[in-house]
Design a protein around this ligand. Structure first.
Ligand code: GLC
Length: 820
C-alpha cells in the first residue's frame, strides 16, 4: 500500500513538472525610454537595453539583466560618429531611423528588428526569446530567414557557408586538430548573414566563452551567446560584403603594412639548432637559388626554454650568427612563449615576482602550471605595466639583430590540457576579471605587448609579429597562423578556408604551416601545398620535431623545382602583393578573399565543391586542388578570365575542367586587371631590375587599380611617404591610363614600365603610346620557370607559356596613355 502511494506521488510530481514552465528570462516589456545623444536607453520589466548609433550603417545594442558594466573593449577602437537619426514612438513600436538603416523595437516585449530604409527585413529577433538568460549565460536568438547563409568567425573549421553549423569560441591549444574540430586557438566573434540579396554583419564583443549557432540541431533560429558578461553586439548593414568588412575594421582596426620581407618566403622548423645548422640552411637556399627572406628559431634556441635567453652552447654568439644571416639577406624570427620558468636567479622570473607581474589566484598566490620549461608563472598581459615590461625585455634581442617575434602557447597552453582555473584573477586594465572573461584575449594582449614593445625599440623599422591565440582586433598588432595542422590533403584544403575566413574578420595577414606541421608529408603533398602557399598572405613552411625534413629540397629534385618556381613567382608578384597589403591596411579588404565577397548572389560560389576558391588580391583567382588530382573542375564567376600560366581566355559564369598536374596550380586572372610584377630576386633586400612589368589583361568592362609603393621597411608611410598610382583600363574608349608612379615624398624604385598585354588584339598600326604609334613586341613569356633549364617543365610547353604583346620603355614617373 505504502509503495503504491509513493509511486502515485512521484507520478503526480512528474506530471506537475511537465505542465510547469520555467520563468520567462527574456528581455521584458518596455517600461521607460530615454533618448540619448547617440541613441536610446531602454528599461523593461526584465532587463535593460542601450542602443548606440555608431554610423548611419552601424548600430550597437547592449542588453543586461540588471545594470550596465563600465563600458570597455579590447577590440573596438572607434567612437560613435555624429549621426542624424530620427525616433518615432507609438504604443507598440519605437522606430529609430538613419539614412541607411531602420531599427524597429517592439515594446511588448522589447525585440529588435533591422530593416532597410525601404522596409525590407534584414534581421530580426526571435519574437519569443529575443535576448534571453539562463543563469549567467546570455544569448540573442535571431529568426532564421529563408535561404539565409552565414560566413565568418575567423579561425573555424567547417564550410564556407556555416548554415547548419555551431561553433564555440574558447581559445584552445589543439595539436594535430581534426579537420572538423571546433576548439581552435582564436576567437573572432564576427559573422556576416546573407539572404534575399541583402547582407549584414554582427560583431558580438564579449570575451567569455561564446557559442554561435547557425541552425545546428534546430530549424528555428540562429543565435549567439556567451557564458557571462553583457549581450553587446554591433549590427552592420551594407549592400556589399566589402563595405561590411570596411565597417567592421573601422570598429576593430586594420593591419599595419607589414615589413616587405615578411611577405617573402619564410622557412621554419622545430627547431633549427645549433647556429651552424641555421647558417647552413640559409646558405643552402642561396646556393640552390630558392628565394628566402626569413628563418625561424623555435624553442631550442633558448636556455632551458627560458624566454629572453639564448642557449649558451647552441647559440654561443647570437649577434655573430644574426649578422651572418643578415649578410645573406635573411631576417630572423624567434619564438616567445608566455610561460616564465619558476627558477631562483632567472631575471624574468625574479622581476615578475617582485613587481607583481604574474597572474594570481584570488588568495594572492601566483598561478603555476607546466609548459616547456617545467613549472611556470604567466605574465598578466591585461595589466599595462606588464605589457611595458614584457615589451622592453626584447631590447637585447633587437640589439643582437632579431626582427621577428612569434608568440605561441598563448591560449594559455599548459600540460594537462590547458585547464587553467576559472578563479584566476587578471588585472583587465585595473577593472579585474576572472580567467573566464580573460582567457580569449590573453593571446591578443600578449601580441599587443610584443608589437608595441618591439616597434618602439626598432628605431622606426617594422617588426614582424606572429601569434597563435587571438581575439577580434588583434590585426592591429600581429599576423596569425593556424597552429598545429596535419600533413594531409584535407588539411591543405581546410587551410585555404581558414585563411579566407580569417580575412573576413580583419586578419588579413594570415597563413598555415605549409606542408603540414604534424605527420609525414609526401612529396606530392608538399609540391602542391607550396604552390598554394605562394598565393597566401603569410607564406611559411614549418614542421614539428621528430617529423620528416621539410625544406624545399627535402622531397627530391622535381619537387624542389616546383618549390623554386612558385617561390620565385611569389617574388615576381611582390609589387602586386604589397599593393594588396596596402589595400587591407586602407580599407579592411583581405588579401585572400573568398569568392562570395564579390559574387555574393552567385550560388555557384557558395557550393561546397568551389568553397575553397579565392581571390589572391583583387585580380588573381586561385582554385586550390588536392595533390593527387590531375584534372579538376573550376568555377569562373562573372567577367572574363585568363589562365595565369598559359594565357588561355575563358568567359565567366561557367564551370570548366582544367588540367592540374603537380606543377600547375589552377590560377586565373580576371579580365580588365593590372598585375604589377618585377624580376626575380632571391630576397626582398635584393633590388629587382628597375623595370616594372605591368601585366594588363583584356576585359570587357572598365576597371581601376591603385598601385601602392613605399620603402617597405619603416613606418614613414604613416607620415605620407608613399606613392599611389591610379591605373585605369577604360574598355569603352579602348585605352589604358597610368598616372605617374611618383608622389611628393616618395618616387617609385622602378624607372621604366614594360606593359605586358594579355588577350589584346590591336588592329595593325592602331596601337598608340602617348599619342604616337608603337609597334609592340610579340613574345612568349614563362611565368612558371624561375631558372630556364633545358629539362624544365614549361620551357616550350604550351601549357605553361603564353604569347603576349609588350610595349617597353614607358617612363614610370610620367603619365602614360595607351590606346588601341
Ligand atoms: C607549438 C607551436 C608550434 C611550435 C611548437 C614548439 O606546438 O604551435 O608551431 O613549433 O609549439 O615550439
Amino acid at each position: 500500500m505504502k509503495k503504491v502511494s509513493i509511486l502515485l506521488t512521484i507520478l503526480i510530481m512528474t506530471l506537475g513538472s511537465f505542465s510547469q514552465q520555467l520563468p520567462n528570462t527574456s528581455l521584458g516589456s518596455l517600461k521607460k525610454l530615454k533618448k540619448t545623444d547617440n541613441g536610446l536607453l531602454i528599461e523593461t520589466s526584465f532587463g535593460k537595453a542601450q542602443v548606440t548609433v555608431y554610423s548611419p550603417s552601424v548600430v550597437r545594442i547592449r542588453i543586461v539583466k540588471a545594470d550596465f558594466d563600465t563600458d570597455f573593449s579590447y577590440a573596438v577602437i572607434s567612437n560613435p560618429e555624429k549621426v542624424n537619426f530620427s525616433i518615432l514612438q507609438t504604443k507598440d513600436l519605437v522606430t529609430l531611423a538613419t539614412d541607411s538603416l531602420k531599427l524597429e523595437i517592439s515594446t511588448q516585449p522589447v525585440r529588435f528588428k533591422f530593416l532597410t530604409p525601404d522596409n525590407r527585413l534584414v534581421n530580426q529577433d526571435d519574437e519569443s526569446f529575443g535576448t534571453n538568460w539562463v543563469g549567467d549565460e546570455v544569448t540573442t536568438y535571431k529568426k532564421m530567414q529563408d535561404g539565409e547563409k552565414f560566413i565568418g568567425l575567423g579561425e573555424k573549421t567547417g564550410n564556407l557557408n556555416r548554415r547548419g553549423e555551431a561553433h564555440v569560441n574558447w581559445n584552445t591549444d589543439n595539436p594535430a586538430y581534426q579537420v572538423d574540430d571546433d576548439d581552435l586557438y582564436s576567437t573572432f566573434p564576427f559573422y556576416i548573414g546573407v539572404h534575399h540579396g541583402l547582407s549584414y554583419g554582427i560583431f558580438f564583443d564579449n570575451t567569455y566563452r561564446s557559442i554561435f549557432n547557425f541552425g545546428a540541431s534546430n530549424d528555428r533560429f540562429s543565435s549567439f551567446g556567451a557564458d557571462g558578461g553583457e549581450m553587446n553586439y554591433y549590427f552592420i548593414f551594407h549592400s556589399q560584403i566589402s563595405q561590411i568588412l570596411n565597417a567592421y575594421t573601422t570598429l576593430t582596426g586594420r593591419i599595419n603594412i607589414p615589413p616587405v620581407w615578411s611577405l617573402g618566403f619564410q622557412q621554419s622548423r622545430w627547431s633549427y639548432f645549433p647556429d651552424t645548422e641555421v647558417l647552413n640552411t640559409a646558405r643552402t637556399f642561396r646556393e640552390k637559388k630558392i628565394p628566402l627572406d626569413v628563418l625561424y628559431l623555435d624553442i631550442h634556441y633558448m636556455d632551458a626554454y627560458k624566454v629572453f635567453t639564448w642557449h649558451p652552447e647552441r647559440f654561443a654568439n647570437p649577434a655573430g650568427m644574426l649578422s651572418q644571416l643578415k649578410s645573406m639577406n635573411v631576417h630572423t624570427t624567434v619564438i616567445i612563449d608566455p610561460g616564465i620558468k619558476v627558477e631562483k636567479g632567472y631575471k624574468a622570473y625574479e622581476e615578475g615576482v617582485k613587481q607583481n607581474y604574474f597572474i594570481k589566484y584570488p588568495d594572492g598566490k601566483e598561478y603555476t602550471a607546466q609548459v616547456w620549461p617545467g613549472w611556470c608563472h604567466f605574465p598578466d598581459f591585461t595589466k599595462p605595466v606588464v605589457r611595458k615590461w614584457w615589451g622592453n625585455n626584447f631590447a637585447p634581442m633587437i640589439d643582437a639583430g632579431v626582427e621577428g617575434f612569434w608568440t605561441d602557447m598563448n591560449e594559455i597552453a599548459s600540460w594537462g590540457g590547458g585547464f587553467s582555473p576559472s578563479i584566476l584573477t587578471l588585472d583587465w586594465e585595473g577593472r579585474f576579471a576572472s580567467y573566464r572573461q580573460a582567457k580569449n584575449v590573453y593571446g591578443m594582449q600578449m601580441s599587443r605587448s610584443t608589437y608595441e614593445g618591439t616597434r618602439s625599440l626598432m628605431n622606426g623599422r617594422r617588426p614582424l609579429t606572429l601569434t597563435r591565440a587571438s581575439y577580434a582586433g588583434a590585426q592591429r598588432y600581429t599576423s596569425i597562423w593556424t597552429g598545429d595542422n596535419f600533413a594531409s590533403d584535407a588539411h591543405m584544403m581546410l587551410g585555404c578556408r581558414l585563411v579566407n575566413s580569417l580575412g573576413l574578420t580583419g586578419m588579413a595577414f594570415s597563413g598555415v604551416d605549409v606542408g603540414g606541421f604534424i605527420g609525414e608529408t609526401s612529396a606530392r603533398l608538399f609540391g602542391r601545398w607550396i604552390s598554394i602557399g605562394a598565393f597566401s598572405p603569410f607564406f611559411r613552411v614549418h614542421k614539428a620535431a621528430n617529423e620528416n625534413s621539410s625544406e624545399p629540397w627535402s622531397y627530391g629534385e622535381g619537387i624542389e623545382n616546383i618549390a623554386r618556381n612558385y617561390i620565385s613567382l611569389r617574388y615576381r608578384l611582390m609589387p602586386y602583393l604589397y599593393t594588396a597589403f596596402a589595400e587591407a591596411h586602407k580599407t579592411g579588404m583581405p588579401v585572400n578573399r573568398t569568392m562570395v565577397i564579390d559574387n555574393t548572389t552567385d550560388e555557384n560560389c557558395w557550393r561546397n565543391e568551389y568553397q575553397q576558391q579565392y581571390m589572391f588580391g583583387p585580380s588573381i583567382m586561385v582554385a586550390p586542388v588536392e595533390s593527387n588530382k590531375e584534372i579538376t573542375k573550376v568555377y569562373l564567376p562573372h567577367g572574363n578570365w585568363f589562365d595565369f600560366f598559359n594565357g588561355k581566355p575563358y568567359d565567366g559564369n561557367q564551370e570548366i575542367m582544367t588540367e592540374c598536374p603537380l606543377e600547375k596550380l589552377p590560377v586565373f586572372v580576371k579580365g580588365g586587371s593590372f598585375i604589377p610584377m618585377q624580376t626575380i630576386v632571391q630576397s626582398t633586400s635584393e633590388k629587382p631590375s628597375d623595370t616594372l612589368f605591368l601585366h594588363v589583361y583584356f576585359g570587357k568592362e572598365s576597371s581601376v587599380y591603385h598601385y601602392y609603393e613605399d620603402d617597405g621597411l619603416t613606418y614613414d608611410y604613416e607620415k605620407g611617404t608613399f606613392l599611389e598610382s591610379k591605373m585605369s583600363f577604360v574598355a569603352g574608349e579602348k585605352k589604358i591610363v597610368i598616372e605617374p608612379m611618383a608622389a611628393e615624398k616618395y618616387s617609385s624604385k622602378f624607372k621604366t614600365i614594360s606593359l605586358v598585354l594579355h588577350g589584346f588584339e590591336p588592329v595593325a598600326g592602331q596601337l598608340k603610346a602617348n599619342g604616337k604609334a608603337v609597334q609592340p613586341a610579340a613574345t612568349t613569356i614563362d611565368l612558371f620557370n624561375a631558372v630556364y633549364r633545358k629539362d624544365a617543365v614549361s620551357l616550350d610547353s604550351p601549357e605553361m607559356t603564353q604569347k603576349v604583346l609588350v610595349i617597353s620603355g614607358l617612363k614610370a614617373n610620367e603619365k602614360s596613355e595607351i590606346a588601341w
